[in-house]
Design a protein around this ligand. Structure first.
Ligand code: GLN
Length: 447
């Protein structure tokens, strides 16, 4: 633990942590030490883990990196935190992220941008940027993030670690601050597949507090890692033969494909003709859900309140106007618009129909293939500020990650080494609902 505290101190300039839990982590470490000596320690004994600052931990602050929740102390723990602690993990602190997990660069945080340890002029990715950098710079062993449209996979890709998003409904969302509830899923950022497997095994499974969690049994992912046969992998052709794809990412992926072949897997290129619909459908649906989820921040129940307001209406208005940042407001407006009478059919309902078509198409592909392969991102980590002027440019960069989110399937970002300037490159693998075991096994053998 003192090693990680020291690493955090050395890397303060990266801005990965919103708060380090010195006291509770130290206490927990003492408890675990005791348990280790008397042989009662759990599966994660001594694993030092950072949590994204939108995951509740009893008696600790949680802010979603927003002024709106500044100083808010959670009265209860999320299911994921409870399960980590039950297995004797040590929670070292809360990690910076985009405000309410809305963003792809960790530049919308009220607590400032997170810097990529590979190049401090570049973004960490987002929204779980702090989680990715904390693992990248060895400030904790592993981190939890949340992935609504790529927020675990994309920062992991930018920082050279493994970002794993399970099936929607595999892990409880109880106590996780909501962005878009039909997409949100807790995921892990680790530097080994075996850590991802071990964490998933602890986090996954039925929870009475979240009815969207599947009751399917949870396999012993970490024990079963070695079981991997030869599989059929479909490369989504249009995602690779795409002028917008960075040439070094493309070259690294083509090399990865050769490695899969050499390992005995069968590779086929298949056409996926719905790429153009992914980002629009994702942003219509997620902003709609966000506008509803964020209506609870009214200046009365939680966090920030304008104390000067003379009427209830003014209190709502000024508290929300002052508490939320620009990107969050943009999304609330967009979401309210697509849900409004007169536009609902044209936007929200249409996007839901598109989502169903995408899901059906993907499910059909899994009749013939075990895995789908695509890039995680069109480019390596970009410069801080570069994409902030134009939200559409930023949204378009999510094109490869939102597919798995719309379909609700598991997906992983795997590191493929660095480009000529030392920036991490990566590839994404996806699989059918609840085949986390297959995905972890394939990843483990590949790396
Ligand atoms: N970049 C995407 C967005 O801004 C993904 C965010 C996420 O997964 N939380 O919505």
């Amino acid at each position: 633990l003192s090693y990680y505290f020291e690493q955090i101190k050395q890397n303060q300039h990266l801005n990965a942590f919103n708060e380090v839990f010195f006291d509770s982590a130290t206490n927990q470490a003492n408890v675990v030490q005791q348990k280790l000596t008397n042989g009662t320690a759990g599966k994660l004994a001594g694993m030092v883990i950072g949590i994204k600052d939108n995951i509740c931990y009893k008696d600790h602050q949680v802010s979603a990196s927003s002024k709106m929740l500044e100083g808010f102390v959670s009265p209860y723990s999320s299911t994921v935190v409870e399960r980590l602690i039950e297995q004797d993990a040590i929670i070292i602190g809360r990690l910076n992220c985009d405000e309410f997990a809305m963003g792809g660069s960790n530049e919308t945080s009220y607590y400032g941008v997170v810097k990529n340890a590979a190049d401090q002029e570049r973004v960490a990715g987002g929204s779980s940027g702090g989680s990715a950098v904390a693992v990248q710079a060895d400030m904790c062993l592993a981190a939890l993030g949340t992935d609504t449209g790529g927020s675990v996979r994309q920062p992991a890709a930018f920082c050279g670690n493994i970002g794993f998003k399970p099936t929607y409904g595999r892990i409880s969302r109880y106590g996780v601050i909501a962005y878009a509830s039909s997409f949100d899923q807790v995921g892990t950022i680790t530097s080994s597949v075996s850590d991802a497997a071990l964490l998933l095994e602890v986090l996954a499974g039925k929870d009475d507090a979240d009815s969207t969690v599947s009751t399917l049994p949870v396999p012993n992912y970490s024990q079963n890692l070695a079981q991997s046969g030869n599989k059929k992998i479909a490369v989504l052709k249009e995602t690779i033969d795409n002028e917008a794809l960075d040439p070094e990412i493309k070259a690294a992926i083509l090399k990865a494909i050769e490695k899969f072949k050499a390992q005995g897997h069968q590779i086929e290129y298949v056409s996926f003709d719905m790429l153009a619909y992914l980002v629009p459908a994702y942003y219509v649906l997620t902003t709609a859900e966000a506008s509803s989820n964020l209506s609870r921040y009214d200046g009365v129940h939680y966090g920030y309140r304008n104390t000067q307001a003379e009427s209830l209406n003014k209190l709502y208005k000024t508290s929300r106007a002052e508490g939320f940042g620009e990107e969050v407001k943009r999304r609330i407006l967009l979401g309210t618009f697509v849900l409004s009478a007169g536009y609902y059919d044209a936007y929200y309902q249409k996007a839901q129909q598109v989502r169903r078509l995408i899901r059906e198409k993907i499910e059909n592909l899994f009749n013939d293939y075990d895995f789908l392969l695509s890039p995680v991102t069109p480019t390596p980590a970009f410069k801080i500020g570069e994409n902030m002027q134009d939200p559409l440019v930023m949204y378009m960069a999510d094109i490869y990650t939102v597919l798995a989110s719309l379909a609700g399937i598991p997906a992983v970002a795997l590191p493929l080494g660095n480009n000529a300037s030392g920036l991490p490159l990566s590839v994404q693998l996806m699989t059918k609902h609840f085949n986390e075991e297959g995905l972890l096994n394939l990843s483990d053998r590949f790396l």
